[in-house]
Design a protein around this ligand. Structure first.
Ligand SMILES: O=c1ccn([C@H]2C[C@H](O)[C@@H](CO)O2)c(=O)[nH]1
Ligand SMILES: [Zn+2]
Length: 139
């Protein structure tokens, strides 16, 4: 992954690029039960990208979302500062992170993190995590 390039992009170009990476990651989704593929691309403060997919389980509650897969990969590699996360799926409607993923992302947010929600055709809406996950603590 080219570290320098991503941080040199404009916000718009960066968001498009992250969606593209999330869409590509989606191909690895393990979702035999819902057949709903989700991909995520998590951009670190240093410009590295961790991808994630939803990983389902016969015991449905053991399913992990794409967003958390990406966070878990990043944290376990020592990366805990993030700029943005993009999310893609096959749906016509925009995909937004679930409550548990918002909570997990907020653990690492310093008020800067963007959440980029896209639809199948690549349109997107960008939010600050704090907009979609109001926090009871001062940031
Ligand atoms: O933001 C979301 C929403 C849903 N899913 C997954 C969980 C499950 O595998 C499938 C259906 O909800 O989509 C995600 O990975 N991220
Ligand atoms: Zn989730």
């Amino acid at each position: 992954m080219d570290t320098i390039n991503l941080l040199n992009l404009s916000q718009d170009e960066l968001e498009k690029k992250l969606i593209e990476i999330a869409k590509k990651a989606m191909e690895k989704s393990y979702s035999p039960y819902s057949k709903f593929r989700v991909g995520a691309a998590l951009l670190t403060a240093e410009g590295k990208v961790y991808t994630g997919v939803n990983i389902e389980n016969a015991s449905f509650g053991a399913t992990i979302c794409a967003e958390r897969t990406a966070v878990i990969k990043a944290v376990s590699e020592g990366d805990i500062k993030y700029k943005a996360i993009a999310i893609s799926s096959d749906a016509d409607s925009f995909i937004y992170p679930c409550g548990i993923c918002r909570q997990v992302l907020s653990e690492f947010d310093k008020g800067e993190m963007k959440v980029i929600c896209s639809n199948k055709s690549g349109q997107y809406r960008s939010f600050s995590l704090s907009e979609i996950m109001p926090c009871m603590f001062e940031l």
